[in-house]
Design a protein. Structure first.
Length: 103
């Protein structure tokens, strides 16, 4: 399955890579060598093995649910107790957006 210069030119155009004529020749040779190195993989006959689309298989979401854990969380007065500035129930910090973002 050799790639032609036109195949490589199409791939380069698709990838938005400009190739000069000498670069196109060099890249065609390089890609044909790479394809040739992968040819032995096609020799394996594995009809009983399903293709894997993810290396870990049936990975499920391993993150814990986002629930409040009363034993590990601070109550609001305790959390805001040492804050330099507070606005209602939030920490108040200096604006980094300039005067427009100041509140």
């Amino acid at each position: 399955m050799a790639l032609s210069r036109e195949d490589v030119r199409g791939i380069a155009d698709y990838a938005r890579i400009a190739l000069a004529d000498d670069e196109l020749t060099e890249m065609t040779d390089y890609l044909n060598d790479a394809v040739q190195m992968l040819e032995p993989v096609l020799a394996y006959d594995v009809p009983d093995i399903e293709p894997t689309f993810h290396p870990i298989g049936d990975l499920a979401n391993v993150m814990r649910s986002d629930e409040e854990e009363a034993a590990r969380s601070l109550d609001l007065p305790h959390a805001l107790g040492n804050a330099a500035s507070v606005s209602e129930r939030y920490f108040r910090v200096p604006s980094i957006l300039g005067e427009e973002g100041d509140r």
